[in-house]
Design a protein around this ligand. Structure first.
Ligand code: FE2
Length: 274
């Protein structure tokens, strides 16, 4: 474990039998996340598995028309996101692929997606004390596996936030390598008025963990590059949101009073432990 910058902590891990096993107990990882810090887990997931997930996503999206209707949250779809979020007013430009129907995915693609999403699912379960499986659940929160491509030349995601529950801890897995396959863009956070940028700190296979109610964003890929939706160059990440799409959205107001919130969260966990 190593503090590489203020509020930014790296934790080693082993990848054993398809599971991410951190060098410190899961409870300790969650304590660091809740303090809060941005925690980067060096998962050790092999490069061929990460590449496999990118390749499966590309092959699937090449044969699947872009969606333009509102999300159903029960299918597999991909979209060019290019708009300003209604409530939070966060601008965004990226290509996302959402796999809410993992069972309905062609086996040839599912076999390359699950080796990345299953470790994330199990890791999140271990961190939060859940035992959730993939798949739609009526009226309840469920997993929304997603692979996002941030093309070169100006993709980004503006500052936004989420409700803390039921996700508690957000996960962002780097599928390719900063400095080699892309050279700009990364996720940023604000903690106690301090900007924490992870750009350049997240290597391929590194998993960023963050308290889900921290304001965060994705800094832009360099405008010096030509932009193209069709060029696979750029940053690729896998994320695993867990929420009820018809549940309560995040507050319109940014958690600016956030130091107070942290205090509340600590009190809650103390009460829970008591
Ligand atoms: Fe987010």
């Amino acid at each position: 474990m190593k503090e590489v910058a203020k509020y930014l902590i790296k934790v080693d891990a082993e990848f054993k039998d398809g599971r991410i096993v951190p060098e410190i107990p899961y409870e300790e990882v969650m304590r660091l996340v809740n303090e809060p810090n941005i925690v980067i887990i060096k998962t050790g997931i092999p490069q061929e598995l990460l590449n496999g997930a990118i390749e499966a996503t590309r092959a699937w999206s090449a044969e699947t028309p872009l969606a333009d209707a509102p999300d159903t949250f029960r299918n597999n779809q991909h979209k060019h996101r290019l708009h300003i979020a209604k409530i939070q007013q966060a601008p965004q430009l990226f290509h996302d692929h959402t796999f809410d129907d993992m069972d309905g995915m062609k086996p040839e693609y599912r076999q390359d997606l699950l080796p990345v999403f299953d470790p994330l699912r199990q890791f999140w379960n271990s961190l939060t004390g859940n035992e959730e499986e993939f798949g739609f659940q009526e009226g309840k929160a469920y997993f929304h596996p997603q692979i996002t491509h941030y093309p070169m030349g100006g993709s980004f995601f503006g500052r936004h936030w989420h409700p803390l529950h039921p996700q508690q801890v957000g996960q962002i897995l780097a599928l390719n390598q900063y400095g080699q396959e892309y050279h700009s863009g990364g996720t940023g956070y604000v903690i106690n008025d301090t900007i924490v940028e992870t750009e350049g700190h997240q290597d391929r296979g590194d998993l960023i963990l963050f308290r889900y109610d921290l304001p965060h964003w994705v800094s832009p890929s360099s405008f010096a590059d030509r932009f193209s939706w069709d060029d696979p160059a750029g940053r690729w990440v896998a994320i695993l949101p867990f929420y009820n799409p018809w549940g309560t959205p995040a507050d319109k107001d940014e958690p600016q009073g956030w130091k107070t919130k942290i205090k509340t969260a600590k009190n809650e966990s103390t009460e829970a432990a008591a």
